[in-house]
Design a protein around this ligand. Structure first.
Ligand code: SF4
Length: 69
């Protein structure tokens, strides 16, 4: 077992330790997006958008849901 890698994955991808996520009203609904994407952004210098499609559009999605019901 690679304890270092597991620790990086668990702690390094925690959205509650990410400043943007901590301020985001979508948390915990999206839970910070895909953990693997977050891992790659942080440790493999990638720039993957982890935000869910609801960010900034929650009202629109809720209204659409209400009008469909
Ligand atoms: S929508 Fe984006 S900023 Fe907000 S909690 Fe999800 S990943 Fe973080």
């Amino acid at each position: 077992m690679n304890v270092g890698l597991i620790s990086k994955f668990i702690i390094g991808t925690d959205p509650y330790l990410h400043p943007e996520c901590k301020e985001c009203s979508i948390l915990p609904i999206c839970w910070g997006g895909c953990p693997m994407d977050r891992f790659n952004n942080k440790f493999n210098r990638q720039n993957i958008d982890t935000c869910c499609r609801y960010k900034g559009k929650m009202e629109k999605f809720v209204l659409k849901y209400i009008n469909k019901s």
